[in-house]
Design a protein around this ligand. Structure first.
Ligand code: MV4
Length: 493
């Protein structure tokens, strides 16, 4: 069973759309996209070979409208659809619609997506396969009885949730009933389903996840682990591979368990098995399976030397993983650059990015959804780009990333770059003392920016002014080159 993909439709936007286009270009695959009215001038639209506007729906809904997207993909004569992450990427109905219309969905089967979307069913499945799950409720049992059995504190979670919504930490029996009710209400409004379950609340945990690839021939391999413990309000901030300071026997065990889990599901394409690591029990417990390519996949690419988007496409074409050898070499770290102001409690920012530039630096990769002249709207999440660095060891990777954050020039919009630099240069982070409470405990008072050197501020202000001036002479959405003539006007007044 092999079907060659010649034209790929990307059902997504921003940096991941640009990222997928880059690989397709290397593979000689044409790309097409559908875009919202707000994204008419976006970088990914310019980079794709063919694009259509998805029509008059509001900005966010454009990328969630399965029928319109499929219509656009067929109109543009695509053979396959890559869903990226977010939006429709873990929507089993969308995957089924794509397959039913004769196109290839780049991802696992609709059945696998649906099965893993139910966290209670996924837990049960893992118990059956023999992968450790956090002690928790088993289904329709009385949760107050279960909580006594497990022991407090417990964590209430939404059965069809994710990303921390519908989650409640319960410290004592008196708070249980209200927590279950409010978690259920939040789950219903967020996920359209009010069922919840309970787990023992693991203290000071780490978030460890394992990248998996499975093919249609029954091969299933891991591409090592990532540590994504540094997060803020369930948004990951820093991700790295391999996980620092993880005991060897824990690492071997979690990699083995992840492969066992996915092999048990006969998993096809790229997926991630999420675990919560309890330092107290030196155990990684299964949390959930993500049936998509993840934001943080580049750190895995930098330590393995593999292109995950290429492998996703090849797997979808019927390629066998039999002869693929995978090694973990050196260390990679990623930070997410967001349009948000760390000095104002990370308030999302919008506006025009007059200048966006990173000099070429050894071992540094930039995956960006924007360039100079791009506008950032409030309609989408605030992630602009990802900066990723590789080194022979963790400290070299972090030094390279720190330098890149210093050299990165973004003018016109506030961003979290200076905050990210403080995080990755923090002594506790350098020591590998990462856990999910890291930012809450080390940056409890928020973020106090250290002002840049005066010359740097002046140089950047000048660059912003030049670009703002140039931009008036250029069609919207095109990149301004440095030109002397228009800027004369500044000095003429
Ligand atoms: C947990 C946990 C502790 N114990 N599960 C957060 C997102 C979702 N993917 C799973 N998450 C967690 N699950 C057990 N059994 C800790 C987290 C967690 C967290 C929980 C409450 C408040 C903030 C948190 C930040 C990161 C992880």
């Amino acid at each position: 069973m092999t079907r060659k993909i010649r034209r790929l439709f990307i059902a997504n936007r921003g940096e991941i759309a640009v990222r997928i286009i880059r690989t397709c270009r290397q593979l000689g695959i044409e790309t097409c996209t559908g875009y919202s009215a707000a994204d008419r001038h976006a970088l990914f639209v310019r980079e794709a070979d063919f694009s259509v506007e998805l029509g008059p729906s509001p900005a966010r809904e454009s990328y969630l409208n399965a029928e319109r997207i499929l219509y656009a993909a067929r109109h543009l004569r695509a053979d396959a659809i890559h869903p990226g992450y977010g939006f429709l990427s873990e929507n089993a109905d969308f995957a089924r619609m794509v397959n039913d219309s004769g196109l290839i969905f780049i991802g696992p089967t609709p059945e696998t997506i649906a099965r893993m979307g139910d966290k209670i069913a996924a837990r049960r499945e893992m118990e059956k396969i023999g992968v450790p799950v956090v002690p928790g409720s088993a289904g329709n049992t009385d949760l107050s009885v279960e909580a006594e059995r497990i022991g407090y504190p417990v964590l209430i979670k939404a059965a069809h949730g994710g990303g921390g919504r519908g989650m409640r930490i319960v410290e004592s029996p008196a708070d249980l009933e209200e927590a279950i009710r409010s978690a259920g209400r939040e789950a219903l409004s967020a996920f359209g389903n009010d069922s919840v379950f309970m787990e023992k609340y693991i203290l000071q945990p780490r978030h460890i996840e394992v990248q998996i690839l499975g093919d249609v021939h029954g091969n299933c391999i891991h591409l090592f682990e990532r540590d994504c413990s540094i997060q803020r309000r369930h948004q990951k901030v820093v991700e790295e591979s391999p996980a620092p300071q993880l005991p060897k026997k824990v690492r071997d065990e979690v990699l083995k368990n992840a492969v066992q889990a996915m092999r048990g599901l006969n998993y096809q394409n790229a997926g991630t098995v999420e675990f919560v690591y309890s330092p107290a029990d030196e155990t990684c417990y299964f949390l959930e399976i993500n049936t998509r390519l993840q934001v943080e996949h580049p750190v895995t690419e930098l330590v393995t030397g593999l292109d995950l988007v290429e492998l996703q496409i090849r797997i979808a074409e019927g390629f066998s993983l039999q002869d693929l050898t995978v090694n973990c070499n050196g260390h990679a770290v990623e930070v997410r650059l967001n349009a948000e102001d760390p000095a104002q409690n990370f308030l999302p920012q919008s506006g025009t990015v007059h200048h966006f530039e990173l000099p070429t630096l050894p071992g540094v990769r930039l995956d960006s959804g924007i360039g100079s002249g791009s506008t950032v709207s409030v309609y989408y999440d605030s992630m602009l780009a990802k900066l990723i660095a590789w080194g022979e060891n963790r400290n070299e990777a972090l030094d390279r990333l720190s330098l890149a954050l210093e050299k990165l020039c973004i003018s016109g919009i506030r961003h979290n770059g200076p905050f990210l630099r403080q995080v990755i240069d923090h002594p506790a982070f350098r020591a590998g003392q990462v856990h999910t409470g890291f930012l809450a405990s080390h940056f409890a008072g928020g973020f106090a920016p250290t002002p840049p050197p005066r010359e740097q501020s002046l140089a950047r202000a000048a660059a912003a002014l030049l670009h703002a001036t140039n931009a008036r002479y250029l069609p919207q959405g095109t990149t301004g080159t440095w030109a002397l003539y228009p800027s004369f006007e500044i000095w003429k007044g």
